[in-house]
Design a protein around this ligand. Structure first.
Ligand code: GDP
Ligand code: IMO
Ligand code: MG
Length: 421
């Protein structure tokens, strides 16, 4: 039996999709457990590039069961579209199962998301996918779940009632009201195709574990965007850390063996919020250009900075990361020198602990440790031994600072640009 969890250790976009695809060559089942189509997970196979938002990144391997767990919030129209796309590209969507307990996102959640952003003193810079409002409805116990996709009458009744509630709010704030019947028709159309995929996935996953199958949990976002542990309020609305795999799927913690932490060897962030090691100079531009740091979901340019060991050590700690998948090392090939942020100076005091207050993080001046670059292309490197000494020293220092073992190194977006350590 092997049940592993793979999570992002930063502010998302670490390369989780690529790593899930690589690891699923030996896996029976991949399970998404939180987030929704705010995620954008890129998988490159040969010269083809796929971006997945809701479908687990195991879909490109024949026979791998892909479960969307109860902790995910699912836009049925977006999922239906994504499934049809993947099907057109020749992949088998019968592998996909949607937990009957997963909550649904509708048009009114998206409008509420943008209304919240407009009304906020400080915008979060959400993806606009309705994630926060959908999780809010789940917690206030007015959500509509995937099980309701299997009963058109019940779905219509709940949908009309929720639309009426939201339309009152929209009318008050001058937001265009939902055309209830037109939206309902779209939802019911998607529901017809999705209903056969809806199942009691809690049993599917637990039975697979009991049958000694290999299960891999696919995190979305990253530890620093976690609703409890991240840079609140500049976070997403779910528990992105490995603990979320249990609540988001119905699998108990003692089953989990390894926690893979995907760690980008520099740092990026999309949207608003503190980012102590952010670069506003030519180095930041270079990371964005070479790393092609533009959002896979919204296309927004990602903010770039040096590797932040304070933030990532904290994230690896709360995730229990024991194995690191270190990505995008090749992006720094051209740099004479690279830096690691090893501490924060806040009000004249240096700390290596990640503070809770956004105001402290905003004041934090990064304490930088400089390393010589390797100044050669890593994209053809296929083993740890082939890496130049300076690159090895850099990786080993990062691993030491975050207190985890290097398991995999990635030197390019393709499947083959990966090696175990
Ligand atoms: P995710 O959200 O964590 O799955 O990451 P994204 O897909 O949003 O962003 C990661 C980007 O980096 C994608 O475009 C990947 O194809 C690409 N990528 C992943 N690993 C590497 C790597 O080692 N080197 C380079 N150059 N690109 C990579
Ligand atoms: P993957 O899985 C990077 C960010 C948004 C915003 C904040 C809240 O591809 O790593 P939300 O729409 O979730 O309410 O937005 O979280 N965010 C991500 N940033 N990668 C992601 O997913 C993200 N999903 C949400 O930019 O700052
Ligand atoms: Mg992404």
């Amino acid at each position: 039996m092997a049940v592993d969890v793979l999570v992002g250790t930063q502010w998302g976009d670490e390369g989780k999709g690529k790593l899930i695809d690589v690891l699923t060559k030996d896996v029976d089942m991949v399970v998404r457990f939180q987030g929704g189509n705010n995620a954008g997970h890129t998988v490159e196979i040969g010269d083809k590039r796929y971006v997945l938002h809701l479908i687990p990144s195991g879909i490109f391997r024949a026979g791998v069961k892909c479960v969307i767990g109860n902790g995910v919030v699912v836009d049925p129209i977006a999922l239906d579209e994504e499934m049809q796309n993947v099907k057109t590209q020749g992949f088998d969507i019968s592998q996909i199962e949607l937990s009957d307990r997963a909550h649904l996102i509708f048009e009114y959640h998206k409008r509420a998301d943008s209304l919240n952003e407009k009304g906020a003193k400080r915008k979060i810079g959400t993806t606009g996918r309705g994630i926060g409002p959908a999780y809010t409805d789940k917690m206030r116990r007015t959500g509509i779940r995937a099980i309701d996709l299997t009963n058109a009458e019940r779905l219509a009744e709940q949908f009309r009632s929720e639309c009426a509630r939201y339309n009152k709010i929209f009318a008050e704030y001058g937001v265009e009201e939902i055309d209830v019947e037109a939206q309902l028709a779209k939802v019911l159309d998607a529901a017809k195709r999705l209903a056969p995929h809806v199942a009691n996935s809690t049993y599917t996953v637990n039975k697979a574990i009991r049958a000694n199958k290999t299960v891999l949990f696919e995190g979305a976002q990253g530890g620093l965007l976690d609703i409890d542990h991240g840079t609140y309020p500049f976070v997403t609305s779910s528990n992105t850390i490995s603990g979320g795999a249990c609540t988001g799927s119905g699998v108990a913690p003692q089953h989990i063996r390894n926690v893979w932490g995907v760690l980008k060897t520099y740092t990026t962030r999309v949207g608003e919020g503190p980012f102590p090691s952010e670069l506003f100079d030519a180095d930041g531009e270079e990371l964005r250009r070479v790393g092609n740091e533009f959002g896979a979901t919204t296309g927004r340019p990602r903010r770039c900075g040096w590797f932040d060991a304070v933030a990532s050590h904290y994230s690896c700690m709360i995730n229990g990361v024991n194995l690191l998948a270190m990505t995008k090392l090749d992006v720094m090939d051209g740099f004479d020198k690279v830096a690691i942020c090893v501490g924060y100076e806040i009000d004249g005091k240096v700390t290596d602990e990640f503070p809770a207050a956004v105001s402290d993080l905003e004041k934090a001046k990064p304490v930088l440790e400089w390393h010589d670059g390797w100044k050669c292309s890593l994209s053809e490197v296929r083993s740890y031994d082939e890496l130049p000494e300076n690159a090895k020293r850099y990786l080993e220092r990062v691993a030491e600072l975050v207190d985890a073992k290097i398991g995999i190194v990635s030197v390019g977006p393709r499947r083959d640009q990966t090696f175990e350590v």
